[in-house]
Design a protein around this ligand. Structure first.
Ligand SMILES: Cc1cc2nc3c(=O)[nH]c(=O)nc-3n(C[C@H](O)[C@H](O)[C@H](O)COP(=O)(O)O)c2cc1C
Length: 241
């Protein structure tokens, strides 16, 4: 079976505006290939609810026959290091002026930025910790929010450079912050929206699984919601996905 790869712009799949996408043609016809960057954040690899939701999402897409390729970055098991002074100094040094040592300091950041740029869609399993995102996910953002790379300063303020991508956040929390006074304590999903918005990605869809400390009702409800999203994505109704 012959496979020809070429590039196309302006497509939309899974609700993501695909700026650059590979298309494989074979004797059976065309196959669209969406690149999904999966980011897992929980340190718990055994009974993590956010990881379970990510797996459910991927299975649901597969079952619906959606064609995609996945790259996984696990910041729960292998968190990027905290930024230190020399690394920040290397970020703010013009590329042509960076020493070999500075290039080494930002090598991981360069890799993370490249992964992000390469993705049409970013799927995050987000565990709430201390009312916000995990420290590993925060460190990941510290490495990918790069002036001149993923955002820039303009006369009108900062401008994100990663528009055209879609983010899906599957968020698990021990408590329930979906209503009432507790809602003000949720610094997880609002923070994620702010951070991706800063990078130019405003298409952020959130599915929450609240109350995991009490029972699995929130997780089951989230899985049902995920099934609906996958069905919509597979039907090609990208506005709702
Ligand atoms: C270090 C730590 C901090 C946590 N902080 C909170 C919190 O502030 N609020 C909350 O509702 N649950 C909190 N939890 C519970 C988690 O949000 C809950 O276990 C959730 O399911 C985490 O996702 P995971 O199952 O994918 O690890 C915390 C758990 C851990 C391990």
């Amino acid at each position: 079976m012959e496979t020809v790869k070429f590039q196309i712009t302006g497509l939309s799949i899974l609700g993501a505006s695909v700026t650059v996408s590979d298309i494989a043609t074979d004797t059976l016809g065309l196959t669209l290939m969406t690149k999904i960057l999966v980011i897992n954040t929980s340190q718990n690899t055994e009974t993590s609810k956010s990881r379970a939701l990510v797996n459910h999402y991927i299975s649901a897409l597969r079952e619906k026959g959606v064609d995609f390729e996945i790259k996984t970055r696990d910041v729960g098991v292998t968190p990027p290091p905290h930024l230190d002074g020399p690394t920040i100094g290397a970020f703010f040094t013009m590329p042509a002026d960076r020493s070999d040592e500075q290039k080494g300091l930002i090598a991981l950041s360069d890799e993370l930025v490249a992964e992000l740029r390469d993705a049409d869609m970013i799927l995050i399993g987000s565990a709430m910790q201390n009312f916000g995102i995990t420290s590993g996910l925060k460190a990941w953002f510290d490495h990918v929010a790069r002036v001149g790379e993923t955002f820039r300063y303009t006369e009108n303020g900062p401008e994100g450079l990663l528009g055209g991508r879609k983010v899906v956040v599957l968020a698990a929390s021990g408590g329930d912050y979906t209503q009432g006074a507790a809602a003000a304590l949720n610094h997880q999903t609002p923070h994620l929206k702010t951070l991706f918005g800063f990078l130019g990605i405003d298409d952020v869809e959130t599915v929450v699984a609240p109350g995991t400390a009490v029972n699995d009702d929130g997780v089951e409800a989230a899985k049902t919601q995920i099934d609906d999203i996958a069905a919509t994505a597979a039907s090609g109704d990208t506005k709702a996905a």
